[in-house]
Ligand binder design. Sequence first.
Ligand code: HEC
Length: 178
Amino acid sequence: MSFYQRLLVVLAVVVLLLGVLMIFTYDVIKINWISFMEIQPSFKPMEHPLPVAARSIPIEGAAYLPGQGAPINPVTSDEVSIERGRLLYSVTCIQCHGRIGEGDGTVSGGLVFPPANLTTDVVQNKPDGALFLTISNGIPGTNGQIHMPALNENLTVRDRWDVVNYLRTLKAAAAPKP
Ligand code: HEC
């Protein structure tokens, strides 16, 4: 064999080995290697979360426990809370519900369902806990659509109560209709 022929054989072997490695790297052939992290009760991303275990306590404080009804607002509606709520509203809600809560935010026209006017009696007459639950869990629509997204991952429990306290000022802020 000439030098070049030998070089060719060596290259062929290297390429072949790399090819075999790629088969496993890109899961063309999938081997379930034992992973000890997986051998425990857990759920994967996008799987339904496990139900809250009995006697567990929400670490963020005054959240609600499933099945126990609407919670009571533990955050006093003072200047600090309302100001926090105003800032959070302007980040998380304003695009749908609009600057003063009338449901006319910039993206409101493109939604499957128009955002609620938060200044109306329909909304303002609801107890704080009901508004808290709406913000936490969102509003599901029919046939799998979502009218309002759940915002419990965007806002902490305290944040949500601050937003509720701010929502109360929207009624007063709304200009009287001529
Ligand atoms: C993606 C758009 C969107 C965002 C963001 C959004 N909402 Fe909504 N919201 C809606 C829509 C749409 C409805 C009406 C849904 C329905 O009535 O089926 C609604 C309804 C409501 C209601 C009415 C509930 C009732 O019982 O009448 C409240 C209160 C509310 N939203 C508060 C908020 C607050 C507070 C935020 C921010 C923390 C927020 N929303 C963020 C779209 C949104």
